[in-house]
Unconditional design. Structure first.
Length: 176
């Protein structure tokens, strides 16, 4: 399991734009059926990171799945990868943003706790409650990659979950 000390990532260098486009394509039919606009946004340059593709896809897919559970018809969901440059640190950020109902401020600190569910856990779009494991798994996967997770949200304004990972050299420099 992900919690075992001996757990090893199987990493490879990938263009996150392509990975996110694949994930968005997997959820496109469901989003369309719900009347939700789901888009993978990307620039012209690849955004490269070294990730365990299977696990990282699972983390991002979990976030898209959550957004779809809580977004009603007319909502917008975007997935995007961007490079972030700070002094001495290059990172990549993968974000899943939605214009859904948002999350109460009191619930934000507990979102990544195992088995935690907000009092309003019934998802409006599906009338389903969650199991309280999904975001804990997302956090664990990102931490295994040496990264972090941040959530910004406000009621009626939507939610943005950002996964920040150490960056990798740009593919364009490696493949002239």
């Amino acid at each position: 399991t992900l919690d075992e000390p001996a757990f090893q990532l199987r990493t490879e260098r990938v263009d996150l734009n392509e990975l996110l486009a694949d994930i968005a394509a997997r959820f496109a039919e469901r989003a369309g059926q719900q009347g939700v606009d789901l888009q993978a946004l990307h620039g012209e340059q690849p955004v490269v990171a070294v990730v365990d593709v299977e696990l990282f896809e699972r983390a991002v897919a979990n976030l898209v799945d959550n957004a779809l559970k809580f977004c009603a018809a007319g909502c917008h969901i975007t997935v995007q990868a961007q490079e972030r440059h700070r002094v001495g640190v290059d990172e990549v950020e993968v974000s899943v943003s939605d214009t859904g109902p948002g999350i109460a401020e009191a619930d934000l600190p507990h979102l990544f706790d195992r088995f935690y569910q907000a009092r309003h856990t019934v998802a409006p779009a599906t009338s389903e409650g969650g199991k309280g494991l999904g975001l804990a798994i997302v956090k664990r996967i990102v931490e295994l990659h040496g990264g972090s997770v941040a959530v910004t949200s406000s009621l009626t304004q939507g939610t943005r979950v950002a996964l920040t990972l150490p960056a990798s050299p740009n593919l364009a420099r490696e493949n002239p």
